[in-house]
Design a protein. Structure first.
Length: 157
């Protein structure tokens, strides 16, 4: 029988990141992940708009352990519960990284080194470009007006 000491526990936790294969994460994100940039009206911002950058992986609650492993691997982000149920009648969980420092220093370098295979790679590249751009308030207002025009045209059809 093996007895695990405190130092063995610490070593085991430190090795957790090494045990999770980075290519498994790439495949998981290719199928279930998203790199999202959202701009919305916010009067407390000097431009009148706020831009939110998110790296998200969505899973049903039964797959919580996968999201927890990914969270431990990256050592950033949080898991949020969405009480909207999918067709399996379970809560939906979102592993989400929003802090720009974490996105720039952890998430982007990881997916630059371990590249995505699907069209998600283009989404990632656009996400990186937008995260690194310095966007003027006028550019944000123009993009918002353009988006509103697109929404109106879809509502008419």
């Amino acid at each position: 029988m093996s007895v695990m000491t405190h130092s063995d526990n610490a070593r085991s936790a430190a090795n957790q990141q090494e045990r999770l294969n980075p290519w498994w994460i790439v495949g998981f994100v290719d199928g279930e992940g998203c790199f999202s940039v959202s701009t919305f009206k916010n009067d407390t911002c000097s431009s009148g708009y706020q831009t939110l950058f998110e790296f998200v992986i969505t899973q049903g609650e039964k797959s919580r352990s996968s999201l927890e492993q990914i969270g431990r691997f990256f050592q950033c982000g949080h898991i949020y519960i969405n009480h909207r149920h999918d067709n399996h009648h379970e809560n939906i969980l979102r592993y989400c990284v929003r802090r720009q420092t974490d996105l720039k220093k952890i998430i982007i370098p990881f997916f630059t080194k371990y590249q995505l295979y699907t069209t998600k790679r283009q989404q990632f590249e656009n996400f990186c470009r937008k995260l690194n751009e310095r966007v003027s308030p006028e550019t944000i207002r123009k993009a918002s007006r353009k988006r509103k025009d697109i929404v109106r045209s879809h509502e008419r059809s």
